[in-house]
Design a protein around this ligand. Structure first.
Ligand code: DGJ
Length: 533
């Protein structure tokens, strides 16, 4: 009882480990089976009543919702949390958790969520100045009053969340600002920015960067010249971008510290990743991209972890760029249509503690359940059924996953786990062998020696013994399609004969995410026979 009370008293926290990190809620690792709302979906209380029950039905356990500066402080110094409170109360009724997205000074580079008393006063709250010398609709990172007022509003928000929620932990984490970075050519050219840009790079940044060579990204390594002095000398062509990263990081550090002084929930930053071929300034320059993330990690240590919003096709590349020592893996935004596949990869291979496609409130039950495509609801049901096994396996290195698309450069992909190689191809018809699906994915968890839970769809998987380990003969002992209800695994079907290609393969359902309990065997080979004798 005491242990339960202590766990309840413990604020949600991130624990870093070799695989990435875990979110601990009420004393236990928690996987965020998340969904982010559309930007205009959480501005009223009535929207909570309509949206949250639907999301709970989709097996989502955590909803990411904006908390907008303009909404909580419409008049300077007057805070209003009525709408937020209703979202928290409704989330509790639906047994959901929330992650708050602080849309403060910046959202996607711009400053549209700042209250109008901020927008109207360009003297007190200066704008970034463009390369043409004009005011932009972007607040400058160098406005002292802007930073003070953003920090004041954010700390009022965190104090309120603490007063309302410290004993319940409905709110788990907070994202500080949204997809920051400067949109436009070069950098902020305000007088304050120019003064800093033409001065020496601060010595603490130089020293820390120089001492952390192991953590340099390829981009930083290519652009860092420690013998230089000014931003241009030190960072060459990347000077504008690194300068903006440092400025955003300093500002965000101040806002985050102010919020954490009130209530130190885990806090993170999200990043708008470049579209293929985009240049800094076309994507928000100086955001927490993997390129110059070290500048953020040095300058904004109050941020617990950094995350990618992955809308581009190369999901695996981008999530893996955030798998850095000391960074917990979480995807706060991703493309909804491909989310079943990418969720399996994120939790299995990238050891993410959470995944959250964008715009989940746009899903209607009927459109999510046509059976023609795997859907988020069944994917989250499967991952949810495996969650106790998965959190342990992620840390012990006993989970993995892969994704295949019909346009992947290779027709097969192989992962190695527990002494076996698992080679996947996209599902094909028999006997014509035409492709049945365009995409497939699986998440694999080892539950005991030779025993695996595999969830996914659209793949045919062949198992062999890993020849790097031994020369045994490896194969399938049994495959069962299983489901979990009331904490018990139940066998739905034993797959054999045609359904396992005569014992040689796992053939997943092409379009529905199912869970398979696969037991493999490894047997000694008989000594090589001479066939001629
Ligand atoms: C990324 C942003 O962070 C979200 O708030 C939203 O604008 C999406 N893009 C999609 O439009």
């Amino acid at each position: 009882m005491l242990a339960l009370c202590n766990a309840r008293a413990e604020i949600p926290k991130i624990i870093k480990n070799s695989g990435g990190g875990q979110l601990i809620v009420d004393g236990k690792p928690y996987l965020i089976l998340g969904g982010e709302l559309g930007n205009s979906s959480s501005g009223t209380s009535a929207q909570a009543d309509e949206i949250l029950p639907r999301l709970a039905q989709m097996n989502i356990n955590t909803v990411l919702i904006p908390a907008a500066w303009e909404q909580i402080e419409p008049v300077e110094g007057n805070f209003n949390f009525n709408v937020l409170d209703h979202w928290i109360d409704t989330a509790r009724r639906e047994h959901l958790h929330l992650v708050l997205l602080w849309f403060g000074s910046w959202k996607n580079g711009f400053s549209s969520y700042a209250p109008s008393w901020v927008k109207k006063d360009t003297q007190r709250f200066p704008r970034a100045i463009s390369a043409e010398g004009l005011d932009t609709e972007i607040l400058s990172t160098l406005g002292t009053e802007t930073q003070r007022c953003d920090a004041r509003a954010f700390s009022a928000l965190m104090k309120h969340v603490k007063d309302k929620d410290a004993d319940q932990h409905t709110v788990l984490m907070v994202q500080v600002e949204n997809e920051v970075g400067y949109l436009g050519r070069g950098r902020d050219r305000s007088v304050a920015a120019n003064r800093l840009f033409f001065s020496a790079v601060p010595s603490t940044l130089m020293e820390k960067l120089s001492h952390r060579q192991d953590s340099w990204s390829a981009e930083l390594a290519a652009n860092f010249r420690p013998q230089g002095k000014t931003w241009r000398e030190v960072f060459g062509d990347a000077a504008d971008e690194v300068f903006m990263a440092w400025n955003y990081a300093r500002y965000i550090q101040a806002v985050t510290e102010a919020g954490k002084r009130e209530y130190p929930l885990p806090m993170f930053l999200n990043c708008q990743l470049p579209a293929p071929g985009e240049r800094a300034g076309e994507y928000p320059s100086g955001g927490p991209h993997p390129y110059y993330l070290e500048v953020y990690r040095i300058t904004a240590p109050a941020i617990d972890f950094f995350t990618p919003d992955i809308y581009w096709p190369d999901f695996e590349y981008w999530i893996n760029r955030y798998r850095l020592p000391g960074n917990a893996v979480f995807v706060p935004e991703a493309r909804l249509e491909s989310s079943p596949f990418n969720a399996l990869y994120a939790f299995g291979a990238a050891k993410a503690f959470g995944f959250s496609p964008f715009g989940v409130d746009s899903v209607r039950a009927s459109s999510d359940d046509t059976g023609a495509h795997p859907n988020l609801t069944e994917t989250y049901a499967a991952i949810g059924a495996l969650k106790e096994l998965l959190v342990g396996a992620q840390t012990s290195g006993e989970s993995d996953g892969l994704v295949l698309h019909s346009n992947s450069p290779r027709a097969t992909k192989t992962l190695a786990l527990g002494g076996y190689l698992m080679t996947a191809t996209l599902s094909r018809s028999w006997p014509a062998a035409t492709l049945l699906v365009q995409d497939g994915a699986m998440l694999v968890v080892q539950s005991a020696p030779n025993e695996f839970y595999i969830t996914g769809c659209g793949l045919t998987v062949t198992f062999t013994r890993d020849p790097d380990l031994d020369h045994k003969l490896g194969g399938i002992s049994s495959i069962e399609e299983v489901a979990r209800s009331e904490n018990e695994w139940k066998t739905i079907r034993v797959l054999n004969g045609d359904q396992s290609n005569q014992g040689r393969q796992l053939s997943m359902a092409p379009n529905q995410v199912r869970i398979y309990h696969v037991i493999l065997y490894a047997a000694e080979r008989t000594p090589l026979q001479n066939p001629k004798r």
